[in-house]
Design a protein. Structure first.
Length: 246
């Protein structure tokens, strides 16, 4: 097994930490990997420096497991479509910069967002201040969902993990992870299995197995805001009940 294959086996196929004797190559001859920042079923996400530019700006690289490369390719198509239509760079949807293939793994390069998740909004603020901040974030997410609907796209996996605060602007956020996104014309494909959305943020029509549309993203947002405004450590029986299949 080559060093490259061993690295990929460790990070994409297994859970063993990278040892000091191994190091990442310069991906696509330009990206210097600094650390792993995310692990999921379909991919691993890396923080890297882009050595092509002065100052070596940080980027996030989503490296797909090979058997899920098609999901990454579909995500790339949707994000390029959404980004290209956002001529004023005003829609809070993550920007995709580049793609490449490394050792048969399809990789997507995104802007790096390190401001944390929406649910990390400080809870030690006064209720008035906290609700004001959450209201501003809610308006941004709503503008993104309106844009997605206009463009005929369903995100289908809206949850706190997929809403990140912009490190360059503490009052701004971006929606990420369009791996489950689809064109609204393709929604009927899911009418057989209804295997869509995170259970905690799943809309009633999906739970009930009836036809759905872009409104399911709005339901997920409502659940996210409910969770965000709930006091830390306080269980919300309504939100918990919604995660149970009917």
């Amino acid at each position: 097994m080559s060093t490259f294959e061993h690295i990929i086996c460790l990070y994409v196929c297994g859970s063993v930490a990278l040892g000091p004797e191994l190091s990442w190559p310069l991906l696509a001859s330009r990206y210097r990997v600094l650390r792993v920042i995310g692990r999921g079923t379909f991919s691993r996400t890396l923080c890297a420096e882009d050595t092509y530019f002065p100052g070596r700006p940080l980027v996030a690289i989503k490296m797909m497991a090979t058997k899920f490369n098609s999901i990454g390719i579909q995500e790339c198509k949707i994000l390029r479509y959404l980004n290209a239509s956002d001529v004023n760079n005003s829609i809070p949807v993550v920007k995709i910069f580049n793609t490449f293939v490394f050792e048969q793994h399809f990789c997507l390069v995104f802007e790096y967002l390190e401001g944390g998740m929406l649910t990390t909004v400080p809870r030690n603020q006064s209720e008035h201040t906290r609700l004001h901040v959450i209201r501003k974030f809610a308006c941004q997410i709503l503008s993104a969902l309106m844009y997605l609907q206009k463009m005929g796209i369903l995100h289908a996996d809206l949850k706190p993990d997929n809403i990140l605060l912009d490190s360059g602007n503490s009052s701004a956020l971006k929606i990420i992870d369009f791996g489950n996104a689809m064109n609204l014309d393709d929604v009927p494909i899911y009418f057989k299995t209804f295997e869509i959305q995170n259970p905690l943020y799943r809309a009633p029509e999906v739970l009930l197995g009836i036809p759905f549309g872009s409104a399911i993203d709005m339901w997920s947002l409502e659940d996210i805001l409910l969770e965000t405004t709930t006091a830390e450590g306080q269980e919300d029986p309504l939100l918990e009940a919604r995660s149970v299949s009917i």
